[in-house]
Design a protein around this ligand. Structure first.
Ligand code: HAM
Length: 413
């Protein structure tokens, strides 16, 4: 779990701003749900035999004997809120976005943390496939706006529940003769969640899976049309993608459209999935709501930070106030308040340091202007205004100083 110190925050803000701007343009509005939920919510939605539920959740019993979990992802909470507030009764389509920390007790590595941030969206009420394409296009647009280069979009279709049940049987039949050669995790999954074996990182498992039947062969007509229309739509939007029939992802709620955006930049290493998403047409019903088809994605903010381009300049202030005599600090604090009230970013070191040290600090903070209060000037009702960029200095009446600084700062903006 990482600290983000103020000197690093500009990059975070840039990602969050890009996400908010673009998701707003695509019609999404922010939802905020609690960071803890009843454990059962995640077990029921993400799936009992997933890595997240089996190994990675931060779960605890609270003082009232309730079993709670720090959210490992955002979809389950969003669906719970959607059902709890009967949102479907108010509008046919709901487009929600969120940014926030998620928690998974994974083995930490570059790009993989135990508290990490996701920026995600969920769209309820549209069975697609055009909204699916629009969503993929939106992520790619956002990442491009942040200067993330060298992306690959992978898409797949998991089909309906029935398709997956048939495929599960076929996959189990294919894998069973190879059982002894599978990794320990995969041997266990063979009886519980064989689809997850396709996602295994073990080289031996990958080799065996290479010959496995493809899920796409099992799609029924409606699933296949949906998937074809998605691809047509992506083609029309000019969004490049690759169909990856072995893409399964680690959450059980998915159906039909599934996608990932992977970065190929070296910074990411093995954790190269920047964004993952897909359809979860059965989940709202599963959690006690009506039959509402839905789709969403979440992007890992730390992973975006590892690959995005551009420089972020350290934040600077507009104006600093300094005093030539410690007795003028009260006047300085009033002047600072007036500058801030006028919308300026103003600061001053009122600890009683030497003028030289105050000026040095003003320079370090990147102040464009420094206002120096001296006893003689204060007596005459004026302030010394130093323009650090222009290396000039002049006296300004106290009553006019705020407006003068504002004009100067506007000029240089
Ligand atoms: P997910 O694939 O588990 O999907 O996570 C989405 C993204 O979160 C990943 O692609 C990755 O960038 C980031 N992420 C996941 N785990 C970590 C970690 N330990 N450290 C750093 N980043 C991480 C979901 O969470 C789904 N709720 C997405 C979704 C929304 N599907 C439908 N709607």
């Amino acid at each position: 779990m990482n600290d983000v110190l103020p000197e690093a925050i500009a990059r975070w803000h840039r990602v969050e701003r890009a996400f908010r701007e673009i998701s707003t343009r695509y019609g999404y509005t922010e939802v905020r749900t609690p960071i803890v939920e009843p454990t059962q919510l995640f077990v029921r939605s993400i799936g009992e035999t997933t890595d997240i539920v089996e190994k990675e959740m931060y779960t605890f019993v609270d003082k009232g004997d309730d079993m709670l979990t720090l959210r490992p992802e955002g979809t389950a909470s969003a669906v719970r809120a959607y059902v709890e507030h009967a949102v479907n009764g108010r509008e046919p389509i709901s487009k929600w976005s969120y940014v926030g920390p998620m928690f998974r007790r994974e083995r930490p590595a570059r790009g993989r943390y135990r508290q990490f941030w996701q920026a995600g969206v969920e769209c309820f009420g549209d069975a697609g496939p055009f909204v699916d394409a629009e969503m993929i296009d939106m992520v790619v647009t956002m990442l491009a706006s942040l200067g993330v280069q060298d992306l690959e979009v992978l898409v797949n279709s998991l089909g309906s529940g029935e398709t997956r049940a048939k495929y599960k049987d076929a996959l189990t039949a294919y894998l069973s003769p190879h059982r002894d050669r599978l990794s320990e995790d995969s041997q266990r999954r063979l009886g519980t969640n064989p689809l997850r074996i396709l996602d295994s990182k073990s080289e031996g498992d990958k080799e065996i899976c290479a010959g496995a039947p493809s899920l796409l062969e099992f799609l029924d007509d409606a699933d296949r049309t949906h998937f074809e229309e998605l691809q047509k739509s992506l083609d029309a939007l000019g969004t490049r993608y690759r169909v990856e029939p072995k893409l399964v992802r680690g959450l059980d709620y998915y159906s039909r459209t599934l996608f990932e955006v992977q970065g190929r930049g070296g910074e990411l290493g093995a954790q190269n999935t920047i964004c993952g998403g897909g359809r979860y047409d059965g989940l709202v019903k599963e959690l006690g709501g009506p039959d509402v088809p839905s789709i969403g994605f979440a992007a890992g903010i730390e992973r975006i930070l590892l690959v995005m381009g551009g420089e972020d300049r350290a934040p600077t202030i507009d104006v600093a106030v300094a005093v030539a005599d410690a007795a003028l600090r009260v006047d300085a604090s009033v002047l600072l308040r007036d500058l801030r009230a006028a919308g300026l970013v103003a600061d001053g070191d009122l600890r009683g340091q030497s003028l030289k040290s105050q000026l040095r600090r003003a320079d370090k903070l990147g102040a464009k202007v420094v206002l120096v209060l001296g006893p003689a000037e204060t007596e005459r009702g004026v302030v010394q205004m130093k323009d650090l960029a222009a290396h000039s200095s002049n006296e300004v009446p106290r009553a006019e100083v705020v407006a003068r600084v504002r004009d100067r700062v506007r000029e240089s903006a």
